[in-house]
Design a protein around this ligand. Structure first.
Ligand SMILES: [Zn+2]
Length: 299
């Protein structure tokens, strides 16, 4: 089973722990959207259930049952709703305490674990604290911070990152005929799959154009009116401006100008708080005010 290239090192470490029987009963994968958490989680589930030496083999009874979606020792918690409630966790816990049908393990997969309600997370904690033998819970979500610290502390956490290296960039270039703009992986928080989706949908071109307009405006090569006109049509504008501000924050932090840093931070906070509301009401006006303030700080 070939995984995305930047996932290989996690795959190797997890394999080693699995073979040494040192995997924790609770395994939590976190990482930015588009990094391949789902792919690694599925690989891990298959490896835990496979009965062959080279896991997952794809050919043993366990692997075949899993592929057919009818493995009795595997439960995927339904995370298609807006939250994962306590009933789902009760079902999970019942399943975990039942007897395994095939050897050796029972595995539960919880996608989008940040959807667990507080009550559900507390119920899950009990199962994590006293896990039945040979049972594993694989959880994944974008950010662990949405989960209670108590849950995280009971899990072996794997924070996935695609190093901003040639590894991920090369992979991205191999997948598409389109030019890959330099900012894209950073913009996607290091999630190459998300970057690829933005490239394929044409959204990356729009983002790049919007960034160009912003830069031109800051360098006095584009008037405020023209910049607003260009930007207001961009999709994902509030996200883009948020990212742009965060990048400016990093730059300001590097030159250590505390006042400027604070001012940009305030603008950023205001933006995060109001963007949807402001953009929904009078987009042109809101954008103009934002751009003027930003240019003043940029100055
Ligand atoms: Zn197998």
């Amino acid at each position: 089973m070939m995984l995305l290239p930047w996932l290989e090192r996690y795959q190797q470490q997890l394999s080693r722990l699995l073979n040494a029987q040192q995997l924790a009963h609770g395994l939590l994968l976190t990482g930015p959207s588009g990094i391949g958490k789902q792919q690694l989680a599925k690989w891990l589930v298959a490896s835990l259930l496979c009965t062959s030496e080279h896991k997952p083999c794809g050919g043993c009874k366990s692997c075949l049952l899993l592929a057919a979606g009818s493995h009795a020792d595997f439960l995927a918690v339904d995370s298609s709703g807006t939250t994962i409630g306590i009933d789902a966790v009760r079902q999970l816990s019942q399943f975990m305490h039942g007897r395994a049908q095939q050897q050796p393990n029972k595995v539960v997969l919880v996608s989008d674990a940040d959807k667990l309600t507080e009550a559900a997370a507390n119920a899950l904690l009990k199962t994590l604290e006293e896990p039945p033998q040979n049972s594993f819970i694989v959880l994944y979500c974008s950010s662990g911070s949405a989960l209670p610290a108590t849950v995280i502390s009971r899990c072996q956490q794997w924070q996935l990152a695609a190093e901003f290296s040639n590894n991920a960039n090369d992979w991205l270039r191999q997948q598409t005929n389109r030019a890959v703009p330099d900012f894209l992986l950073t913009y996607c928080g290091g999630g190459p799959l998300k970057a690829l989706a933005l490239l394929e949908s044409g959204a990356a071109d729009q983002l790049q154009a919007a960034l160009q307009h912003l830069t031109q405006y800051l360098q006095q090569q584009l008037s405020l009116t023209d910049c607003v006109k260009q930007l207001e049509q961009s999709e994902g504008l509030s996200q883009l401006l948020g990212w742009f501000l965060r990048r400016q924050l990093t730059l300001a932090a590097n030159v250590s100008n505390p006042q400027r840093l604070l001012a940009i931070h305030q603008l950023y906070n205001r933006w995060c708080r109001d963007d949807s509301q402001i953009l929904g009401q009078n987009k042109q006006l809101a954008l103009s005010a934002f751009l003027i303030e930003f240019k003043r700080l940029h100055g």
